[in-house]
Ligand binder design. Structure first.
Ligand SMILES: Nc1ncnc2c1ncn2[C@@H]1O[C@H](COP(=O)(O)OP(=O)(O)OP(=O)(O)O)[C@@H](O)[C@H]1O
Ligand SMILES: [Mg+2]
Length: 497
C-alpha cells in the first residue's frame, strides 16, 4: 500500500511541474485504495456492491448516443431497412472515406460505389447528425466467405432523437432508396422469341429480354401538347391510385388503344411511356401463341409494373368473334380466341398482377372487333395523327436543335405545307435526318412536302390530321377528382347507376 502523503494533496499550493502532478495522482490513488480497503473490511459484501455501483454511476458519464443495429437479414428474408440503407448510403459516400467497393453487373447501367467494412458515413436529417458504420464479421475463410459473413449497419445518433430517427428518418431512407432504385432502373424489353439468357437473372423460359435502349421520351414525341399533357396526367394518376383501385375492387391496370397510320409514333409512344414510368415492356406476339391456355401461361409469367404490348391487334391474330366461337364446337382452350384475350383484359386473369398497363396498337381501328372497343374495355383511345405544325416544331428542335423563339425562314412554308398534306412524323424525321445543316434539311423537306401534297391531291387521301385522346370510361373523369372517402363512396354509387 502507498504511504498517504496529505501534503501533496494540497492542490492550491501545488507547483505545476510534471513530477508534482505525478505525485499528486499517486497520492490520490493511494487514498482511494485506502478507503476501499477500509470499506472492504467494515461493510458486508452485498452492501459494498451497491456502494460501488452507485459510485460508478456517479463518476462514469452515461453514453448519450444510441446505436441501432440494422442486420442484413431478418430470419430467412432480407431486411428491407438494410437493403434501403445500402442503396441510400451509396449517394452519401464522401471524400473522407478511405476504402470503397465498386461493382457493375453485365446489364447494369452505372457503376455502384459502396463502403467497405469499418467505413463510416455521416448524414444529417432535420438538423440531426447521424453516423452510419458498415460492420462485417465472420467468414474470414477465403472459400464461401461471403455467405458466412454477418453484415450489418450501425446507425448512431444522440438518444434524444430516437423517436424521430425511427419514425421519420428510417422511413425517409426507405423512400429515397426506392426512388434511387427507380432512377437507376434499366427498362427492359421482353419478347417471346430468342433464347434464354444465362447472364440475366430475370429471364425465364417464356421470355427473353434486352435493355430497352429506345431514346423516345414524352418530351421528344411529336404529338400535340394537349394530348401529351393528358397522357402524362393519366399515367401519373394511374400510378398514385393503388388504394383507389383496391377500394373500387378494380384490378390495378389501365388499357390503351393507340391507333393511326404507320409511322405516326405508336411504338415510339409505348417506349416513351415505359421510359417515363420505368416499366418493363412485354411484347406479346399473339401469332406465336397457339391457344388460350398458352396465352394465360405466358401472361402469368410477366411481372408487375410492366406494359404488355399487343401490336397490330387487327392483323396479328385471327381472334375470332364470339359468334364464331359458339358455332365452332372446339373446346375454347385448344385455340386462341377473342374471348380468351378479353378474359385476360377484364376478367379473372387481369387481377393476377398489379400496376399493369396493356397497350393495343392498330393501323385500322375500324377492323377491330367491336368487343375490344366497348366502353371501359380499353380505358383510353389515342389517335396518333399525321404530323401537325406543332409536331413539326418538336421534330425540328429534336433533329436540328432549332428553337421556337428563333424560327428558320423556311418554317412558315413547311408548316403551311404540313397543314395541307398528310405526312407522318416518321417521314418528316427521315427528311430532317438527311443533313445537319438546317438550310439543306429544310429545303429538302419543302421539296418532299410539295411532292407529297401533289400525290395526296391525286389519290384523295382520307383520315384526320388531328391527334386526339378519348377516355372510354365515363366515370374516370368523376373518379379522378375524388379525394376523400365520402366523396369516393358517393361517386361510386353514382357510377353504379
Ligand atoms: N410522333 C412522333 N414523334 C417523334 N418521332 C416519331 C413520331 N412518329 C414517328 N416518329 C419517328 O418515326 C419512327 C417510326 O415511328 P413508330 O415506329 O413509332 O411508328 P408506328 O406508329 O409505330 O408505326 P407502325 O404502325 O408501322 O408500327 C420512330 O422511330 C421515330 O423516329
Ligand atoms: Mg409500331
Amino acid at each position: 500500500m502507498f504511504p498517504l502523503n496529505f501534503e501533496s494533496l494540497n492542490l492550491t499550493n501545488m507547483p505545476t511541474t510534471a513530477s508534482s502532478l505525478f505525485s499528486a495522482y499517486a497520492s490520490l490513488t493511494a487514498f482511494i485504495m485506502l478507503v476501499r480497503s477500509i470499506v472492504d473490511q467494515l461493510i458486508p459484501h452485498e452492501l459494498r456492491y451497491y456502494i460501488y455501483s452507485a459510485f460508478g454511476r456517479l463518476f462514469t458519464p452515461r453514453p448519450s448516443d444510441l446505436t441501432l443495429i440494422v442486420d442484413e437479414c431478418c430470419g430467412m428474408v432480407q431486411n428491407q431497412i438494410y437493403e434501403a440503407a445500402e442503396v441510400y448510403l451509396r449517394t452519401k459516400v464522401s471524400p473522407l472515406n478511405d476504402r470503397l467497393r465498386v461493382k457493375k453487373a453485365p446489364r447494369q447501367k452505372n457503376i455502384t460505389v459502396t463502403i467497405e467494412k469499418g467505413e463510416e458515413i455521416k448524414d444529417s436529417f432535420d438538423g440531426i447528425n447521424i453516423n452510419w458504420r458498415f460492420v462485417c464479421s465472420g467468414g474470414e475463410n477465403e472459400q464461401n466467405s461471403h455467405a458466412q459473413q454477418k453484415r450489418q449497419f450501425e446507425l448512431t445518433v444522440n438518444k434524444k432523437h430516437r423517436v424521430k430517427v425511427i419514425e421519420s428518418y428510417l422511413p425517409y431512407v426507405l423512400d429515397r432508396a426506392e426512388a434511387i432504385k427507380n432512377e437507376d432502373k434499366v427498362v427492359k424489353l421482353y419478347s417471346q422469341e430468342g433464347s434464354y439468357d444465362p447472364y440475366d437473372d430475370e429471364s425465364n423460359s417464356d421470355w427473353s429480354s434486352i435493355n430497352l435502349d429506345h431514346p423516345a421520351t414524352l418530351e421528344t414525341l411529336a404529338v400535340d401538347a394537349e394530348v401529351k399533357r393528358t397522357i402524362i396526367e393519366d399515367l401519373d394518376r394511374f400510378l398514385r391510385r393503388r388504394e383507389f383501385y383496391k377500394k373500387v375492387g378494380k384490378a390495378w391496370k389501365r388499357g390503351y388503344l393507340l391507333y393511326g397510320p404507320p409511322g405516326t409514333g405508336k411504338s415510339s409512344l409505348i417506349a416513351a411511356m415505359a421510359n417515363y414510368l420505368k416499366f418493363d415492356i412485354y411484347d406479346v406476339e399473339l401469332t406465336s401463341i397457339k391457344d388460350n391456355s398458352e396465352l394465360r401461361r405466358t401472361l402469368l409469367t410477366t411481372t408487375n409494373r410492366s406494359i404488355l404490348v399487343i401490336e397490330d391487334i387487327d392483323c396479328s391474330v385471327e381472334v375470332q368473334n364470339r359468334e364464331c366461337e359458339v358455332e365452332d364446337h372446339q373446346p375454347s382452350n385448344t385455340k386462341l380466341t377473342l374471348s380468351g384475350l378479353l378474359n385476360f383484359i377484364d376478367g379473372l386473369w387481369s387481377s393476377c398482377g398489379d400496376e399493369r398497363i396493356i397497350v393495343f396498337t392498330t393501323n385500322h381501328k375500324h377492323k377491330i372487333d367491336p368487343a375490344l372497343l366497348r366502353p371501359g374495355r380499353m380505358d383510353v383511345h389515342i389517335h396518333m395523327s399525321y404530323c401537325t405544325p406543332s409536331g413539326f416544331r418538336i421534330l425540328a428542335s429534336n433533329y436540328l436543335g432549332m428553337h421556337e423563339s428563333n424560327p428558320h425562314r423556311l418554317c412558315g412554308e413547311v408548316e403551311e405545307l404540313i397543314e395541307s398534306s398528310k405526312v407522318t412524323p416518321a417521314e418528316i424525321a427521315e427528311q430532317l435526318m438527311k443533313s445537319e445543316d438546317a438550310d439543306v434539311a429544310l429545303e429538302r423537306l419543302v421539296d418532299f412536302l410539295k411532292r407529297k401534297k401533289e400525290e395526296s391531291n391525286k389519290i384523295g387521301d382520307e383520315g384526320t390530321s388531328k391527334s386526339e385522346i378519348q377516355e372510354t370510361d365515363q366515370n374516370a373523369e368523376k373518379w379522378s377528382s375524388v379525394s376523400s372517402d365520402d366523396e369516393l363512396k358517393s361517386s361510386l354509387s353514382d357510377a353504379q347507376v
